[in-house]
Design a protein around this ligand. Sequence first.
Ligand SMILES: Cc1ncc(C[n+]2csc(CCOP(=O)(O)OP(=O)(O)O)c2C)c(N)n1
Ligand SMILES: [Mg+2]
Length: 541
Amino acid sequence: MPGMTGGQALVQQLKLEGVDTIFGLPGVQLDHVFDALYDERDSIRVIHTRHEQGTAYMADGYARATGRVGTCLVVPGPGLLNTGAALATAYACSSPVLCLTGQIESRLIGLGRGALHEVKDQMRAISSVTKWQGRAMTPAEIPGLVHEAFRQLHGGRPRPVELEVPPDVLAAEGEVQLREAAIFDRPAGAPDLIEKAAKALGEAKSPLVFAGGGVLRAEAWHELRELAETLEAPVIMTNTGGRGALSDRHYLAFSEPATQHLAPGADVILVLGTRFLVGANPQWHEDEKTVIQLDIDPEELGRNYPPDVAIQADAKAGLATLVEHVRRHNRRRPSRQEELAPVHAKVQAHSDAMQPQAELGMAIRAEMPDDAVLVSDNTQVGHWARYHFPVYKPRTYISQGYLGTLGAGFATAIGAQIGRPDRRVVSLNGDGGFFYNLPELSTLMQQKVPLVAIVFNDNCFGNVRRTQDERFGGRHIAVDLYNPDFMKLADAFGLRGRRARSADELRRELRAALELDEPSLLEVPVGPMEWYAGREAAAPG
Ligand SMILES: Cc1ncc(C[n+]2csc(CCOP(=O)(O)OP(=O)(O)O)c2C)c(N)n1
Ligand SMILES: [Mg+2]
């Protein structure tokens, strides 16, 4: 296929790999990519943002709400570095984000002569937040490298990857051979280890499952439910990534505050797609326990706790085989619904004590359809949500995982809403976090995204202020925030502003917002919140 520019080769191969949306911000090094995207504007939607952090947060939100690869496209140097916190979040949350970027002219790379946008060793700079980096030095190399990027994104543990192409390579014409999109194998685990695990689980008196983000990444929620029901095993979903793997309506579904009640009595523990940080807590495994860990990432096996059986497998393929084998060994198991009811009551009490967060959070839940998506930022209601916001469907709760990235939420939510136009998305923010991506209100309006952005406004970094009250005798520093009138802000951007001063008003305003197919900004003025998630002995993720 002669006569293709590097930019065209890149776009054509992306299309072959299934990319239909790119979150980008242009610049001189990328001119030939954007021009090639113009030709493909009917097949690839380009969403341009107001800051590069928005491109990568949106790509992450898109990826996590859809399960597909999220793609961003940014200029090299400052543009790429602006994506840093977002790629770090995607890395922490094992989210498949493809970050495409430029370079300085190929003949100048590594010379340090101060070319436009040059940063020292760009690939190395981004390597701590990506699992793979690639650079194409000819148009002909581009399809193969895009293909390899997708192999990295789909194969093994999904995490962000970076691919860079210098501007002269994007402009150059050359002979280019495009690649077929490949299908990648999903390892089901070594049969002898699966059998060993199945025997231990089937014979267990009181099996327990920990489910992390790996279950959602592998779309293993049906298999998880089948296994849990077969074993009558409670499932503790990690707040860093597992919530939603099993519906919170199920009597076997628990969040992390249940750990202290369920783990001590468990004899066999199955750890699925989580780094199992809770295993590092020696308190509850003083008694004899068999721990079985299944993870696609071999480096995660035994990282925080040495398992008795370590299985490297994809959660979906591995669980499917495991369930079959478990049936052969399984005891007769009466329903544990009644026995587990007191544990649900204790978790509920943990939630109820966290006021006003619980009341406000439950008001939001009450108005959201089951399949609506909550994207939570690090505001105090968000901290409650991590443990207690009931999640009914996979991929309907998105947070920043262990990275705790303040300010990620709003742009991530826009990406999620763009990826899932069939679902409503609600973005949960504090006044502090919301301002990180405030300019993306513009993107919201430009793209006509029907997102509802809630802002809990206490005119401060409330979480930090409380610490200064509790531990530093009220010596407040760097926490008070000057805010605009949020209704006027909404007005200035041309979106509907709403205000709610109580949980009841929040319900009413959110209901009204969700009835309309348009973006809205819902301000909830709040005072100081005393309770926080870590106050009780809530186990870490
Ligand atoms: C990138 C980043 N910077 C700083 C922090 C520290 N931090 C955690 S919560 C918080 C305050 C959040 O304020 P706001 O969004 O208004 O929520 P509130 O606590 O007031 O409910 C800060 C500064 C962080 N988690 N991440
Ligand atoms: Mg605040």
